[in-house]
Design a protein around this ligand. Structure first.
Ligand code: SF4
Length: 700
């Protein structure tokens, strides 16, 4: 037997893993796959500990309906009957799905097909809304499609790395190691970190801009103004390949005409701002990598476009070693987008704005009830449950009672929802506790399918272990429910490979090149070829059968006229904190944990890094509030309160706090971070602003 190649289930780097065929279960030997182009054999501490998560203790092994264990036919009948009854009484719009970047593309595909094509409800959204929605919107505004232009190999070619709102050292560690290798090998190469707090990534940086939270648009508008003043624009590229430059520059110059204006607004020393601008102006091989600090903001989409504007203005896109680069948070946030996992997309990146394209999806699926309008985005979806408008929700592979803003409000909404169906691999999660129907799903190492990482690379996840108990693949459960609801065609898939082939065929269906997402060259894959599928970057077409490393090299974009669009963006006013909640709160990830800790929380070695939740505060605030390092403190606002251990550190700016996002009620009863974040969203992307809230602090 040969070893099995699969992909890590955690972050969007999408590292390849080689599993020894000679071992299994917790004894499984896993190592980095040296042939995978994301990691070339390396794994971070989370990926290295994956074998320790393979025990079946704590797993949900049997379906349950209303607290009673049952067999699959009874569970499928209960789900199908519950959905049908809800639709009969209240219409298809009373039914919703809330999906996850942990699902495989094949799971996502059939979920969307069932809801958007057959049931006729557009209310399908995903926890990727909390992760990448602002980037999706920013890409679409600038490029006409949701595409990451570059690839990981650009790291080795680049000489200036600009990290914006991204602690790559902890959250995308294998890519960060590649940056560190470039910095070590090239004394002139530089790393600039733009982050309100001093993160682990700053250890390797030549410059850390510890800016006022939420002022990224001002900083990049200032950069655009500076580039224009210094004659560092690529005027030929602007003229030949873009629209809207004059408006974008005028908007930038309104608030950020000088370095001093930017320095005051961003609360930074002007020499640091000038240094960053000079380095960017001088280095054509500049790569700007951004993640949740950009996306999870009330103006996240504008932040994305402010960054892209600077790359368009210098023509630093579509070429080796440069470009704006969105770092995906989850392993399959991209794959979910490809099949329409977001409420404002249909499938194959087709959205609702183009009726002719929309009709193609209905035609391809032979859909009896193709939806015509976008559905509710995540926050709207749970609000609709709270109002009683949505009466049945099916949640898969995610724990919104921990991850959604105003998590207590989400809890109250689900508590009064008539039908809550949850598919999960574990027996106990905060969300599962509110489910009337619990469906045991296959987890990583048991399921088969594909994921897409941050560089558009589709990789296989392959089963290494036998299914535990009665657990089934999500796609199988969805197809079983579809058939039980009377949809007697469209869901007869024998394996994940057949779903992938249909997904690939849809991407090429009457696609003359105007649609960015196209993997039509994979539409005829046999089961054997699907088993052997090697990682490749989309588009994968007859003319590019091995995939596409980099987009826009020809200066052609996916907008109607083929030209990239500058977006005129303005820095939002920065409000003073309210007297009752005078401190600003930021949230983020820790090195050794993943999301709500359902998997990583089971690994003793990972828990050792940071065994309990904490709040980091500046020494000046500790003195002001009479708090000593290690003492218990209370954070509170109108949404809720948390009890945490104080971590006093100058890594924070005075007046600003940081808490990790991971802890659920299962691990610490009063530390669910997202309880304290209001459900404010970016009006364009619908992404919640999970990086900025206002709180009161006191010793407990
Ligand atoms: Fe997994 Fe991300 Fe670590 Fe790679 S960097 S091993 S994908 S968690």
């Amino acid at each position: 037997m040969s070893d099995i190649l699969t992909t890590c289930p955690y972050c969007g780097v999408g590292c390849g893993i080689r599993a020894s065929a000679a071992t299994e279960g917790p004894e499984q030997t896993l190592q980095g796959d040296s042939s995978h182009p994301a990691n070339f054999g390396r794994l971070c501490v989370k990926g290295s500990a994956l074998a320790q998560t393979l025990a079946v203790d704590g797993r949900l092994l049997q379906p349950q309906v209303n607290g009673e264990e049952c067999d699959w036919p009874a569970a499928i009948t209960a789900v199908a009957g519950g959905l049908q009854q809800t639709i009969a009484e209240h219409g298809p719009g009373a039914v919703a799905m809330y999906l996850s970047g942990q699902l495989l593309t094949e799971d996502y595909y059939v979920a969307n097909k069932l809801m958007k094509g057959f049931i006729g409800s557009a209310h399908v959204d995903t926890n990727s809304r909390l992760c990448m929605a602002s980037t999706v919107a920013g890409h679409k505004r600038a490029f006409g499609a949701d595409v990451v232009p570059g690839c990981y190999d650009d790291i080795e070619q680049a000489r200036l790395f600009v990290l914006v709102g991204a602690n790559m050292a902890w959250n995308h560690p294998i890519l960060f190691q590649r940056i560190q290798a470039v910095l070590q090998a090239n004394p002139d190469a530089k790393l600039v970190v733009i982050d309100p707090r001093r993160s682990a990534s700053c250890e390797a940086a030549q410059l850390h801009l510890k800016l006022r939270p939420g002022t990224d648009v001002l900083l990049f508008n200032g950069l655009l103004s500076f580039l224009a003043q210094q004659g560092k624009l690529d005027q030929r590229f602007i003229n030949l390949h873009t629209d809207g430059f004059a408006e974008a520059l005028a908007s930038a110059q309104l608030q950020a005409a000088t370095v001093e204006q930017v320095a005051i607004g961003c609360d930074l020393p002007s020499d640091q701002v000038l240094q960053f601008y000079c380095w960017f102006a001088a280095e054509a091989l500049s790569l700007t990598l951004f993640s949740q600090g950009v996306n999870q903001a009330i103006d996240g989409t504008d932040k994305v476009n402010a960054i892209i504007n600077c790359h368009l203005a210098t023509g630093r896109i579509g070429k080796a070693g440069c470009g704006p680069f969105s770092l995906t948070g989850q392993p399959n946030a991209m794959g979910g987008r490809e099949v329409g996992g977001l409420a404002n997309q249909l499938a194959a990146h087709i959205d609702y704005s183009n009726k002719a394209q929309q009709a193609l999806v209905g035609e391809f699926w032979q859909a009896p009830n193709l939806v015509q309008q976008p559905g509710y985005k995540a926050v709207e979806l749970f609000d609709a449950i709270e109002r009683g408008e949505i009466k049945a929700v099916w949640i898969m592979a995610t724990n919104p009672l921990v991850s959604m803003p105003q998590a207590d409000k989400v809890k109250a909404a689900l508590a009064k929802c008539s039908l809550v169906i949850v598919s999960d691999i574990y027996q106990h999660t905060d969300t599962l506790a509110l489910a009337s129907i619990k469906l045991p799903a296959l987890g990583w190492s048991e399921k088969d399918g594909t994921v897409t990482n941050s560089e558009r690379r589709i990789s296989r996840q392959r089963a290494l272990c036998q299914p535990p108990g009665q657990a089934k693949a999500d796609w199988q459960i969805i197809c079983d429910v579809a058939r039980a609801m009377g949809f007697n065609y469209g869901f007869d898939f024998a394996n994940a490979g057949q779903i992938f082939a249909e997904h690939a065929a849809l991407s090429g269906y009457q696609n003359n090149g105007a649609r960015a997402f196209n993997i039509s060259a994979l539409a005829e894959l046999s089961t054997e070829q699907y088993q052997q599928l090697r990682p490749m970057q989309w588009p994968v077409t007859d003319s590019k059968p091995r995939g596409t490393t980099r987009l826009f090299a020809d200066g052609k974009f996916f907008t109607a006229n083929g030209r990239a669009q500058f977006i005129a963006v303005c820095q939002r006013a920065f409000n003073q904190a309210a007297p009752a909640t005078p401190l600003w709160l930021n949230s983020g990830r820790l090195r050794d944990q993943w999301h709500s800790m359902t998997r990583t929380g089971e690994v003793a070695s990972l828990m050792q890094h940071t065994p309990e939740p904490f709040v980091t505060l500046h020494p000046a605030d500790a003195a002001l509030y009479g708090i000593n390092n290690g003492e218990l403190v209370q954070l509170s606002n109108a949404s809720g309160r948390l009890l945490l251990r104080a971590d006093v550190s100058a890594s924070q700016r005075p007046g600003e706090l940081f808490i990790p996002m991971h802890w659920s009620a299962q691990f610490a009863s009063q530390a669910r971070a997202d309880v304290l974040f209001a459900a404010d969203t970016d009006p364009i992307s619908g992404q919640p602003a999970l990086k900025l809230s206002q709180v009161a602090l006191r010793r407990f």
